[in-house]
Design a protein around this ligand. Structure first.
Ligand SMILES: Cc1cc2nc3c(=O)[nH]c(=O)nc-3n(C[C@H](O)[C@H](O)[C@H](O)COP(=O)(O)OP(=O)(O)OC[C@H]3O[C@@H](n4cnc5c(N)ncnc54)[C@H](O)[C@@H]3O)c2cc1C
Length: 411
């Protein structure tokens, strides 16, 4: 038995579990690895989630890129992780991987604007890489570190269960909320758990918000650049949003879901106009015959202007000169501090990512190697790191893959 393990160890076998972006990038970045790399996925194809990203407008990265745009329960370790120069030099990783993009304001969009095509391009690279073997329809069920130091992984395949031995393992199975047809949410963290790792509380993230406020939902389809504030932790997000038949969606809302702690939030319907500015404008027109609605229409759509008037119990005919102070107060409150209660994140399958995952305290932030099971590395969303909308998560998949590849190639 001992001899068998030795001979297998000499072949230098790496198992990468999960062929999403993190797993694919890691396998490609290991092209110089002197041994055999096996890339496993439970699906019939690679990158099923990646194919759906961005509805064809996949964001690859962002000019603004720091730990502030990420959340983790171990925020200090996240900051330490961000000290790695690969975060700053991520464009070099994209170059090696052949990922082409163009800038649109702060965001870098995939040049082809076709995520399935990008997955096909990456797959072509994977199947032609000499030291790489792609094993689809291989679902990793369990992992065990043997006394020899090798890892025994059990797979479920269409032909039945099988076990294989590896010298090193990269766990890149993504997060819990990842795909439309996911039926195994409770099993997703089985492998890190089997190695003794802990999983922080996981929640759907980058998800639309649902709430019961029927009055606001009447405005479905109305979009604007606004500000959302969590009444508990006071975190705010400013960006575009849209009112839907169930609540709120859009970039601001998805980002906000990553930070939200409270069920009570505050909505400001404008990011441009300040509260005092509107108050001053109204007061400056106290003498004339100008209607309040006309002034509101300078800044808001017809639907929103009428909604604000209705909420303040004012008619659309109201002349500013006749506006009572109490109603002005109510109007300002509605526009700048509209309270929404009983807010929840829309769950899977609407969420884009998972908040939470393998605890960073148990991972060496310089190498992304497990502190509990040396020889095992982590890449991508499986860890307790979650980026905002706008290219952060794809970038994180690439950067973490590069850190892991460096660590393995240098060891
Ligand atoms: C609609 C949508 C749009 C998005 N848009 C963007 C965007 O524009 N920019 C951006 O940066 N991010 C975006 N994201 C987020 C991004 O897609 C994810 O953060 C990213 O895919 C995570 O990569 P990953 O490789 O870590 O995990 P995943 O992509 O989830 O891949 C994990 C893989 O592991 C496999 N796997 C899991 N368990 C096992 C097992 N036990 N055995 C074998 N295989 C297993 C899964 O089948 C899967 O293929 C979007 C997400 C969605 C849903």
């Amino acid at each position: 038995m001992y001899l068998k393990y030795v001979s297998l160890a000499m072949t230098n076998r790496i198992a990468i579990i999960g062929a999403g972006p993190a797993g694919i990038y890691a396998s490609l970045l290991l092209s110089e690895f002197n041994g055999q790399v096996f890339l496993f996925d439970q699906n019939k194809d690679v990158g099923e989630k990646l194919k759906t990203t961005g509805g064809g407008r996949m964001n690859v990265t962002n000019k603004k890129f720091s730990a502030k745009e990420f959340s983790s329960q171990s925020s200090n370790l996240l900051k330490r992780l961000f000290k790695n120069p690969h975060f700053e030099n991520r464009h070099l990783i994209f170059k090696v991987l052949g990922i082409e993009y163009q800038w649109e304001k702060n965001r870098a969009l995939l040049l082809s604007q076709n995520a399935p095509l990008e997955v096909a391009r990456l797959k072509e690279k994977v199947v032609t890489q000499k030291n790489l073997k792609l094993c689809l329809e291989h679902k990793a069920l369990d992992i065990e570190k043997l006394e020899s130091g090798l890892f025994k992984i059990t797979f479920e395949t269409p032909q039945g269960e099988k076990t294989e031995l590896f010298d090193k393992v990269i766990l890149s199975g993504g997060g819990m909320f990842r795909m439309r047809d996911l039926g195994d949410t409770d099993k997703i963290y089985q492998l890190p758990l089997a190695l003794g790792h802990s999983i922080t509380e996981v929640q759907p993230s980058l998800s639309p918000l649902i709430f019961t406020d029927k009055v606001l939902r009447e405005l479905k389809g109305v979009s604007f650049e606004g500000i959302l504030t969590d009444t508990q932790n006071k975190k705010t997000v400013t960006d575009d949003m849209v009112i839907t038949h169930f609540g709120l969606s859009g970039p601001a809302v998805l980002d906000f879901s990553a930070f939200r702690e409270s069920e009570s939030i505050e909505l400001c319907f404008t990011a441009q106009l300040k509260e005092n500015e509107l108050r001053d404008k109204i007061n400056a027109n106290r003498q004339g015959a100008i209607r309040l609605r006309a002034l509101l229409r300078e800044h808001f759509t017809k639907n929103l202007s009428d909604f604000f008037l209705q909420q303040a119990d004012l008619s659309i005919e109201t002349v500013i000169a006749d506006l009572p102070k109490t109603k002005l107060h109510k109007l300002i409150q509605t526009i700048f501090h509209y309270p929404i209660t009983q807010v929840q994140s829309k769950n899977y399958p609407s969420s884009w990512t998972t908040k939470g995952g393998v605890k960073l305290e148990e991972i060496n932030t310089a190498t992304l190697e497990s502190k509990l099971a040396p020889g095992v590395h982590f890449a991508g969303e499986i860890m307790d790191t979650n980026g905002l909308c706008g290219g952060y998560n794809i970038s994180f998949a690439a950067i973490s893959a590069q850190i892991v590849a460096d660590s393995i190639l240098n060891s």
